[in-house]
Design a protein around this ligand. Structure first.
Ligand code: UT7
Length: 353
């Protein structure tokens, strides 16, 4: 038995935010963002919306696409670094809102590698017969991390002259290397146990190294502090992620290329055998480096970072969903997925569509 991706669906947040709009609330430019990251637009949820709203909508579409009823699902895996609550996770929230029975629901926290890790977990359950039909959702809402206030949101929404509070511009600019990269979205797949024509997950490699955990992390708001959240942490904006961008860039290019080659080699394959490579969308330049190192022709690589930015756990299923719906991936195609993220975590998966 293999884990066959039987359907997929995505939900992008409603509000399109251009680079030009961001330049109304912080010291940045469209040219810098495009050149350094490839991002042109990203989408943010409305105030009051939450990650599970996007996750449920994506899950619903994936179930419809797969022709699977909620009652048939016997495993839910929610990959998110931005759950609705500190606890519990979103797995059970997604399960109940979709009308799925009281089945095992996991929440996993591998950030940008969340989907690859989730698919590994689903594969293990399906291969061993512990489940037959899984719903795997990658969903993240990054706009909530930002220290932006009312004036900033009004400017982003088009009120270009909305007043900013004292110091708001400076505070927004402090996290500009990070905030311009991310967007809010969810994407889900339904994965069924099957044994038709070699379809399904063939192999995967998952890796982690906590030695670099603090190179990309939320420095405050956590149980290394007592209490785990304090007014001081909030005042210092320690709920905003910290990222050593250059270091993460270097590690991402190295690890993604390395793990892709390792996985292909141990399966006696080359990039020539692969129809499509789906890389996590953190920075277009990272993926261009990896593409070059793997000697991949352009037609084997798809990007959507220009439209959505980095949506962490949602990036790879978003690419899959778009490629399947536009006919760029058809049943029987060999697809390589590769990701790198905070943790540090990384991995690669080979799937026959
Ligand atoms: O999903 C996995 C997690 N994340 C990643 O994989 C991200 C990995 N890192 C990156 O993608 C890149 O390092 C960034 C896009 C974050 C930054 O690009 P960079 O080419 O490494 O720029 P930098 O951080 O070295 O900064 C270069 C300059 C600095 O100014 P000075 O010191 O040279 O005067 C920054 O202050 O660019 C400045 N800068 C900006 N300027 C305008 C940083 N962010 C911005 C901005 N707008 N948004």
């Amino acid at each position: 038995m293999r884990a066959v991706i039987a359907g997929s669906g995505s939900e992008i947040a409603r509000n399109c935010v251009t680079n030009e709009a961001l330049s109304r609330i912080m010291d940045t430019t469209d040219a810098w963002i495009r050149e350094r990251s490839g991002v042109e637009t990203r989408y943010y949820i409305d105030a009051g919306q939450k990650t599970s709203d996007l996750a449920v909508a994506a899950g619903q579409k994936a179930l419809e696409h797969a022709g699977v009823a909620p009652s048939e699902v016997d495993l839910v895996v929610s990959a998110t670094m931005t759950p609705d609550h500190f606890f519990p996770g979103n797995g059970g929230i997604i399960q109940t809102r979709l009308g799925i029975p009281a089945v095992p629901c996991f929440d996993i926290r591998q950030q940008c590698s969340g989907f690859i890790y989730g698919l590994g977990l689903v594969d293990a359950y399906l291969r061993t017969g512990m489940a037959r039909t899984a719903l795997l959702v990658g969903a993240d809402v990054h706009s909530g991390f930002m220290p932006w206030r009312e004036g900033s949101y009004r400017r982003l929404a088009g009120d270009v002259d909305a007043p900013l509070a004292d110091g708001e511009w400076e505070v927004n600019s402090e996290s500009r290397h990070l905030s311009v990269l991310f967007g809010d979205a969810a994407s889900a797949v339904v994965v069924k146990a099957g044994d038709e024509g070699g379809r399904g997950v063939i192999d995967h490699i998952l890796r982690a190294d906590g030695a670099d955990a603090t190179k990309l992390c939320v420095p405050g708001i956590g149980f290394k502090h007592r209490p785990y959240v304090s007014a001081e942490q909030v005042e210092k904006h320690q709920y905003v992620p910290f990222m050593d961008g250059r270091y993460v860039f270097k590690m991402a290019t190295t690890r993604m290329a390395e793990v892709a080659v390792e996985l292909l080699t141990r399966n006696h394959l080359t990039v020539g055998d692969v129809k499509m490579v789906l890389m996590h969308q953190a920075n277009k330049r990272i993926n261009e480096y990896v593409q070059k190192m793997l000697e991949l022709p352009d037609e084997k690589v798809i990007h959507n970072i220009h439209k959505y930015g980095n949506t962490t756990a949602a990036t790879i299923p978003l690419l899959w969903d778009e490629a399947v719906r536009t006919g760029r991936i058809v049943p029987g195609d060999l697809v390589l997925m590769v990701a790198f993220g905070a943790g540090m975590t990384w991995g690669a998966t080979l799937v026959r569509a």
